[in-house]
Design a protein around this ligand. Structure first.
Ligand SMILES: C[S@@+](CC[C@H](N)C(=O)[O-])C[C@H]1O[C@@H](n2cnc3c(N)ncnc32)[C@H](O)[C@@H]1O
Length: 401
């Protein structure tokens, strides 16, 4: 008997209805207008060569273009993340919206949200992507969306001020144009990478710059062009790497690699481990010398590095020592307890600093959304305050209440 592929017999409308229902069930869609936009735009028309089950999968991206190493440089973003970001953006009918990073689908969703009296401009740095987005938008009946070929680092001055700017590519910084082109009561939604982790942050204006209204973990392809991230990555050995965007951090690749061969020390905090993304934000801005440790599955299976490093874990590094977070089951702390693995001559001192932070977070800040993230444009202060991450066009500060 020939197997029947479900995606060939079901109607795209049925796939779309299921997707919208699931996005609501998972609280990605929380408002009527965003639900109606997802129900209206035929997502599969923006991924014409993709089977319907993939095009309508909540969490899958659809590859559009890869670089010479086979890495994605353009994808149709996952529907779940698009819904979350559109909810963060709180778009109203009649608004003028700029999208940075095109594909067509998200711009069509935005067009549904702003309606016929609003205006949507989408800009991409890649001619193939702009041409493709244009074709898909016209084909799906969204010819009123304006497509622009340019480096989004400069925004799109022709059309400013915008009520909303939505960036759909991982940005390492916030260039002046995005703030200048934002209306007085505007909101910027941007997947901002801070110390190796990207969060979609909805920023509103405040007296000194931008202040977060909400933030959510997000994954995006990295920005190209003028605003591309400048990160240092060091391969310690096959399958183990450290990465940092902080120029003040010493990286002695040889000494750090050697440290991994010194006995591993374990330290336990007695504090609960949960809400890893919130804990991580706290750690990365408080650790005095923060990097990110990555390890491959083979390395983790070999026992050299803990599984926490599979997706990258905040690490505290010195010239020749390294400490990073781990966890173990512990009923007394409500499921898991956080701890530290450390290697090298300063293992104990690094672990001590790390443990204090794990305990302080668990005691005072263990809640979702407890942080306020600010972006202060302009030159960095000569003595930057604590919890500050320096960028090219300003500084990011994070506070907890
Ligand atoms: C995740 S895709 C955009 C997805 C899209 N918004 C959608 O509807 O699904 C990210 C896009 O950002 C673009 N991009 C990268 N750097 C850029 C830059 N500096 N300015 C404008 N676009 C950029 C890439 O070419 C890519 O097409």
């Amino acid at each position: 008997m020939t197997a029947v592929n479900d995606s060939t017999v079901r109607d795209p409308d049925a796939w779309r209805a299921d997707m919208v229902r699931a996005l609501r069930d998972q609280d990605a869609i929380t408002s009527e207008p965003v639900g109606a936009a997802f129900a209206a735009v035929p997502r599969h028309r923006f991924a014409p060569d993709t089977p319907l089950d993939i095009a309508y999968d909540l969490h899958r991206t659809v590859p559009v273009k890869k670089d010479e190493h086979g890495l994605d440089i353009s994808v149709m973003s996952a529907a779940h993340l698009q819904a979350v970001m559109l909810e963060q953006a709180d778009i109203e009918p009649g608004m003028k919206v700029l999208e940075i990073g095109s594909g067509g689908y998200n711009a069509a969703l935005i067009q549904e949200l702003v309606g016929s009296k609003g205006a949507v401009t989408t800009v991409d740095i890649d001619r193939d992507i702009v041409d493709r987005a244009r074709r898909c938008l016209d084909d799906a009946g969204y010819d009123q969306v304006k497509t622009v070929l340019a480096d989004g680092e400069a925004g799109v001055p022709d059309g400013a001020p915008y009520d909303r700017i939505i960036v759909t590519v991982a940005a390492w910084d916030i260039p002046p144009s995005w703030i200048n082109e934002l209306g007085e009561k505007g909101r910027l939604v941007v997947p901002l990478t801070v110390r190796g982790t990207t969060r979609s942050i909805a920023f509103d204006r405040d007296r000194e710059g931008l202040v977060s209204h909400s933030y959510r973990l997000a994954r995006f392809v990295p920005m190209q062009g003028e605003g591309a991230a400048k990160e240092r990555k060091a391969l310690l050995r096959d399958g183990v790497a450290v990465q940092t965007d902080d120029e003040g951090i010493p990286f002695n690749t040889k000494a750090l690699n050697h440290a991994l061969d010194t006995p591993r020390r374990e330290f336990w905090s007695g504090a609960a481990y949960d809400l890893p993304d919130e804990l991580e934000l706290y750690l990365t801005v408080h650790l005095s010398s923060a990097a990110r440790l990555h390890a491959s599955k083979d390395i983790v299976d070999s026992g050299l590095v803990e599984a926490s490093a599979l997706l990258g874990v905040p690490a505290l590094v010195s010239e020749d020592s390294i400490a990073y977070r781990t966890r173990r089951e512990n009923e007394d702390t409500g499921g898991f307890e956080s701890g530290v693995v450390a290697h090298g001559l300063q293992a104990e001192a690094l672990a001590d600093e790390y443990l204090k932070l794990l305990r302080r977070w668990a005691q005072d800040h263990r809640r979702r959304g407890a942080a306020t993230i600010r972006f202060l444009p302009g030159p960095a202060p000569s003595t930057p305050p604590q919890n500050t991450v320096l960028k090219r066009h300003g500084v990011v500060t994070v506070s907890w209440h």
